[in-house]
Design a protein around this ligand. Sequence first.
Ligand SMILES: *[C@@H]1O[C@H](CO)[C@@H](O)[C@H](O)[C@H]1NC(C)=O
Ligand SMILES: *[C@@H]1O[C@H](CO)[C@@H](O)[C@H](O)[C@H]1NC(C)=O
Ligand SMILES: *[C@@H]1O[C@H](CO)[C@@H](O)[C@H](O)[C@H]1NC(C)=O
Ligand SMILES: *[C@@H]1O[C@H](CO)[C@@H](O)[C@H](O)[C@H]1NC(C)=O
Ligand SMILES: *[C@@H]1O[C@H](CO)[C@@H](O)[C@H](O)[C@H]1NC(C)=O
Length: 883
Amino acid sequence: MCAASIALAISMDTNCIRIALGTILLILPCLPFLSIAEVIYPPLELFSISCGSSTNFTLDGRNWIGDNNSKLLSESQGSVAAPPNTPTAIQGPYTYARLSHSQFTYSFSLKAGPKFVRLFFYSASYQSFYRTKAYFSVTAGPYTLLRDFDASLNAAADDDPGQPDILFREYCINLEDGQKQLNITFIPSKTAQHPYSYAFINGIEIVSMPPFLYYTNPDDYDGVPQTVGTLSQYHIENSSALETIYRLNVAGKDITGSEDTGMLRTWKADDNYLTTQSTTSVDFGRITKLSFNMTQNYTAPDEVYRTVRNMGTNGSMNMRFNLTWQLPVDSGFTYLLRLHFCELDPFVLQAGDLMFVIYIADQLVTNRADVLLWTDNQKGVPVVRDYVVLIPGNRKKLNLSLKIHPHPLRRFEDAQLNALELFKINDSTGNLAGPNPDPPLQTPKAPVENSKKKSSDTTRTLAAVAGAVSGVVLVSLIVAFFLIKRKKNVAIDKCSNQKDGSSHGDGSSSLPTNLCRHFSIEEIRAATNNFDELFIVGTGGFGNVYKGYIEDSSTPVAIKRLKPGSRQGVDEFVTEIEMLSQLRHLNLVSLLGYCYESNEMILVYEFMDHGALRDHLYDTDNPSLSWKQRLHICIGVARGLNYLHTGVKHMIIHRDVKSTNILLDAKWAAKVSDFGLSRIGPTGISMTHVNTGVKGSIGYLDPEYYKRLRLTEKSDVYSFGVVLLEVLSGRQPLLHWEEKQRISLVKWAKHCCEKGTLSKIMDAELKGQIAPVCLRKFGDVALSCLFEDGTQRPSMKDVVGMLELVLQLQDSAANDGVMESGRDYEDSEDVFGSSHSSVHVSDYSKSTGLSTTSEGDRSYGSKESFVLISNDVFSEIKDPKGR
Ligand SMILES: *[C@@H]1O[C@H](CO)[C@@H](O)[C@H](O)[C@H]1NC(C)=O
Ligand SMILES: *[C@@H]1O[C@H](CO)[C@@H](O)[C@H](O)[C@H]1NC(C)=O
Ligand SMILES: *[C@@H]1O[C@H](CO)[C@@H](O)[C@H](O)[C@H]1NC(C)=O
Ligand SMILES: *[C@@H]1O[C@H](CO)[C@@H](O)[C@H](O)[C@H]1NC(C)=O
Ligand SMILES: *[C@@H]1O[C@H](CO)[C@@H](O)[C@H](O)[C@H]1NC(C)=O
């Protein structure tokens, strides 16, 4: 018996399977192999091929077979098996790859019927196959699965933090009767721009699936998908291939292949695609037994139906919004969207209790979705609904939206969903491939082949760039290129000639040389009198900041010299250049250029005469800023952050907003600086947050971010709220020698607000300057930024509007002569006790834009305390050494 089950075993891992108790006893001695019969759907065919490998291994329910010397590889001339130059910690078929500069084919002998075809890639360099040169197409039978696929670009765009550089694709392909073979062919795409391209693959998996799991059963009238926007039906024909785009366990956790019903499908949590702010996820536990009498029991694992997302118990509030998911897809294709439902809510008793409306791509598909109606009033019975929707377009990424909304006349004003699956259907040419994603940050990859040759004219340089980036990006690059070129008067030739790798610090990073000026070390030495101590205006853990003069000693600049050889700083250095060279905004500090040679990492910025905001707030000899100056500065910072969050192609999260990173120019205009920690916000794949290690500065850190490691733009809003309090109070966010209640400025301010005594935290220097109504509103804004729950915090756009209103209130109060008298206002309406959450954006939307530069009606001593750009991750900045 034991031997028999080993023979049957196809590498199902212990935790994968619903085990019938009787059989456990029989096969227990044979673990870890369990009988194939234990899963709900035992696939008849299962091939897991570890490409390039010569050994077999078992992992997570799969038996990976090495392809070396196997008969599968029918055309292998010239293909190479190699391990990656940098191994990954991710487990899977990633220890080897098969690579080739010419075409190669795997031939699988299979029975007729539908199959999953899965491709696994680890984007890395393998021996002499350089990572960024992987550029190829993949066909399977008559279908094109990938076309001119740039693996490294796709890996960069796929920001699944758990699986860096791993790419996974899943397809459904049906073999018609008589077809006995499926050929999967990898074809390098050779073009003028990609003369050295190659194809590679790390793992291939083929799993047979039940006949009508996704393909339409012609005999089952009810199961035919409905076409969105029409009343007609759409048959998923056997001649079509599908690509799995999303398979989401809504409100639940990730489900691994070995926990699936036998087909090794993976299910992901849906949080990244949910755009509605407040929803409830409910886990109904494992007690109620599900009965699969409306769908096959292998449709989805039990687990999927145990968790449901709904709108919460807000009652009539739920009528005001749609529970919404946004799923980025390639436009120009037709999609199959499968929705999974199961009613387990003990309060929902019969059909009609809970009925809701479903919109797909903003089109109504049903206004009476009623799970209990669909299941004939049986609870705990999973059902699915399939919809087919065409997303028109020219292959660009668009969001396919799914929205659900309560039916107004029902007992429960709610809507719910348990899971969804989204598939792309091949086009009429058999193609499933979409375009490559845009390069991250629109940074051109250094065209290595061209860098040695001096390209003497502009067009040739641009052509080289053109090869590396796609059309849209190119246009913006060219525009940016010329804008910067004109502005900074930088000769293109000079730029491209100077990036000869040998003179770089280590030559390994590709810096956006075309986007900002490269300074030679000689120029920097000349500008700073060979790093003369007299020129130091600031210092910190990163190194020193010098004031220097460039362009024939006419233009003052700030020169930040990272400590020579600081390995740790390279990432921050590159990030800062990449970020700042793309950004232009009145309220962001401008990067003029950089120097990266002779082991030096140097950044050159526009000079900020008045240094950091912090040095005008406390622990300083500088005269105090007026309230109106402070308001103008806050508005400027808010605008700068709003630009980062919304004004650029990919949202940028600053991650280190604090008063030392806000610099003031000669006209007291505020500019946000220090992008060394910035992150591109959620793009494409993950829509609402980025998972990341916590970076930032103590005292300013969003509690939600450090507790849950979820970075969103709302973390910047929190830090900005701390800055607002600093500006109001003229003290540091944390003062350890203060009495306990006052150590944390945020806690103290919240406390004062509750008591209606906000004026207690006010900077004594501001006495008599702030109109009471203005103080109240300002407090409102600051505290709304500091809400524990990031989703409740306003966006920076709203903050800009609200602060502009505060300024207007101040101005009109000043005109009316109503000034703060130093008295508290417990007696006035209790704005802080209960109603900061009632700050509505719309109240402010009409307020007009105001100039950010203040009148400069007071003049200040010209002490140049230029504490620039601290970086608390490495060390705390001390007061400027030097003068
Ligand atoms: C799944 O359903 C099939 C019939 O549709 C049944 O034979 C089988 O026992 C079920 N499996 C489980 C684990 O319930
Ligand atoms: C790996 O498994 C395949 C198929 O079971 C077998 O033919 C081959 O000999 C095995 N290779 C090694 C190195 O064990
Ligand atoms: C698959 O490839 C093999 C070898 O190249 C070839 O003999 C066979 O005809 C191909 N089969 C199909 C279905 O294309
Ligand atoms: C829900 O979405 C649909 C489709 O986009 C829209 O017509 C409707 O107005 C939305 N309802 C609410 C309350 O936002
Ligand atoms: C998918 O591709 C196949 C093979 O080219 C073709 O026969 C079929 O019509 C295509 N399906 C659709 C929906 O266009």
